[in-house]
Design a protein around this ligand. Structure first.
Ligand code: FE2
Length: 427
C-alpha cells in the first residue's frame, strides 16, 4: 500500500520509472509498480528530480528592495553601504515576514534547502534572532542552514569577534567571514586563520565570502586552503564567490587549484550576482568575474551555483528559481556541451546538497520522498525552459502544485495549443 505513486517519471539519467512512496519515503522504484495507492500522479514521461538546493543566499536581506532607497550605481560597495543604512531600521518581525514570503516562493520553485549567510555585525543580533525563528518555522519543508557572517569585517568592525561568537552560541552553526573586506591583505589572512580556528574548536563548517573582487592579487583562497589542511578541516570548508580567480594569472591559478584539491575546498559561484557586480571598474573589455567553474569541476572539486540575492540592496531581480541561476552560470562559463549543461543542473541540485551535507539526498530506495515534477522531459530541457514545477513533494506529501503552462493558439492551419515541453529534441 502506497500513499503516493508517481507513474512514468523520467529521471536525470534518462531512465523511466514509477516512484512508490509510503510513510514519507521512497519504497518502490521500478516500472509498473503494483498495489493500491492513496493518490497517483501521472508524470507522462516528464522529469522528476530531487529538490533544488541553494548553497548561498542572504535571507535576512531578501525582499528589502527599495528600503530605504535604491542602489543607484548597482555596485557591491554601494550595496554594502545601503545595507548599512537599512540595518538600524530592521525589525525581527519585518525580517521574519519577508523571509517567510521568500520561502513560499522557494517552495513553489521546488527549492527546499537553502544555506543563508546572516549578517551578525549589528550589536543587537536581531538578524540572527529573526533567522533562527524563520529556521524553526520553515523546518517542516525547508532545510535552512545559517552562517554567522561578519559583513562589516571580522577584524575591521569593532566588536565583530565577540558578536560572531555570540551568534554561534545562539545557534548559528557555520562560521562565515569576508577576508577581502578587511583593511589589509595581512588582516584578511589573519581573519581566515582565526575563523578556521573557531571552526576547529567548535567542530563547525566554514563558509567564507572569499575574494569577491576583481583584484587578481586577492588570494585569500590560498590561505583558506592552507588553514583548512592545518586544522584538519578538509571537506568542511567552502569558498563562496572566489571571483578574483577569474582575473588571476593562469600559471598561479594552476598551482592554486591543486592546493584547493588538497584541502577539498567546496566552491560556490553566484552567477547572477557575479556577472552584474564584477568588472565594474573595467571599461572594455569588461571581465565576467565568475570563478573558474569548468576548471574547478574538472579538478574534481564540488562546485555549486548559488542565488545569493533576490530583490535586496545588491540585486533588484531574481525569483528563487535555481534553474535561472544554472542558466546564467553555464552561459557565463560557456558550459554549452550537453555534458556541461548536465553539470550546471548538478550545480543547483546534487553538488550543493553535498556542500550542505544533506543526508539521504537523491532518488533512491529508502530515501525521503523529497521530489519535484517538472514540465520538461530532461535535465537539459529543464535548464533551457525553466519550466513549471507541476508538483513539489516533501516527505511524501505534495506541498505545492502548479498547473502546466499550455498556450492556446488561434492560427489557421496550425496546432491549437503550444506546450513548451513538446519541443524537446528526440535525442
Ligand atoms: Fe553572498
Amino acid at each position: 500500500m502506497f500513499d503516493l505513486i508517481l507513474r512514468n517519471a523520467t529521471l536525470k539519467d534518462g531512465s523511466n520509472t514509477d516512484i512508490g512512496i509510503a510513510d514519507g519515503k521512497i519504497t518502490a522504484l521500478e516500472q509498473n509498480v503494483g498495489g493500491d495507492s492513496h493518490e497517483v500522479v501521472e508524470c507522462a514521461g516528464q522529469l522528476v528530480t530531487p529538490p533544488f538546493v541553494d548553497a548561498h543566499f542572504h535571507m535576512d536581506a531578501t525582499l528589502s528592495l527599495g528600503m530605504p532607497r535604491m542602489n543607484v550605481s548597482g555596485t557591491l560597495l554601494e550595496g554594502i553601504a545601503l545595507w548599512g543604512e537599512l540595518k538600524p531600521q530592521l525589525t525581527v518581525e519585518g525580517m521574519v515576514e519577508r523571509a517567510l514570503r521568500y520561502c513560499d516562493l522557494a517552495v513553489s520553485r521546488g527549492l527546499l534547502a537553502i544555506r543563508s549567510h546572516v549578517d551578525v555585525s549589528d550589536p543587537t543580533l536581531r538578524t540572527a534572532e529573526a533567522m533562527l525563528e524563520v529556521q524553526r518555522l520553515v523546518k517542516p519543508y525547508i532545510d535552512l542552514q545559517l552562517v554567522a557572517f561578519p559583513q562589516d569585517g571580522y577584524l575591521r568592525s569593532p566588536g565583530a569577534v565577540d558578536l560572531l561568537n555570540r551568534s554561534l552560541d545562539m545557534g548559528l552553526n557555520i562560521v562565515g567571514g569576508i577576508p577581502h573586506f578587511e583593511r589589509t591583505m595581512a588582516d584578511g589572512a589573519a581573519s581566515v586563520e582565526q575563523l578556521c580556528r573557531i571552526a576547529a574548536d567548535r567542530g563547525l563548517p566554514v563558509d567564507l565570502h572569499c575574494d569577491e573582487s576583481d583584484d587578481p592579487m586577492s588570494r585569500h583562497i590560498e590561505t583558506l586552503a592552507q588553514q583548512t589542511v592545518r586544522f584538519g578541516l578538509q571537506g568542511r570548508v567552502t569558498g563562496s564567490h572566489l571571483t578574483s580567480m577569474h582575473s588571476m594569472d593562469n600559471y598561479y591559478a594552476t598551482k592554486l587549484i591543486a592546493l584547493m584539491v588538497e584541502a577539498d575546498i567546496r566552491v560556490i559561484a553566484n552567477p547572477l550576482i557575479n556577472i552584474t557586480l564584477q568588472g565594474r571598474h573595467d571599461s572594455y573589455p569588461k571581465r565576467r568575474g565568475q570563478t573558474r567553474v569548468p576548471e574547478l569541476m574538472a579538478a574534481g572539486l564540488t562546485v555549486a551555483f548559488g542565488h545569493d540575492c533576490v530583490m535586496d540592496p545588491w540585486y533588484s531581480l531574481g525569483s528563487g528559481d535555481m534553474l535561472e541561476v544554472a542558466s546564467m552560470g553555464l552561459h557565463v562559463a560557456q558550459m554549452t556541451s550537453r555534458a556541461a549543461i548536465g553539470q550546471a543542473f548538478d550545480a543547483v541540485t546534487a553538488n550543493p546538497a553535498k556542500i550542505l551535507g544533506l543526508p539521504d539526498y537523491g532518488i533512491a530506495l529508502g530515501n525521503p520522498a523529497d521530489l519535484v515534477l517538472l514540465q520538461a522531459t530532461s535535465a537539459i530541457e529543464a535548464v533551457r525552459l525553466r519550466p513549471t514545477r507541476l508538483a513539489v513533494i516533501k516527505g511524501g506529501r505534495i506541498i505545492a502544485r502548479t498547473a502546466p503552462q499550455i498556450t492556446q493558439l488561434s492560427l489557421t492551419g496550425r496546432p491549437d495549443h503550444v506546450n513548451p515541453a513538446d519541443y524537446a529534441p528526440k535525442t
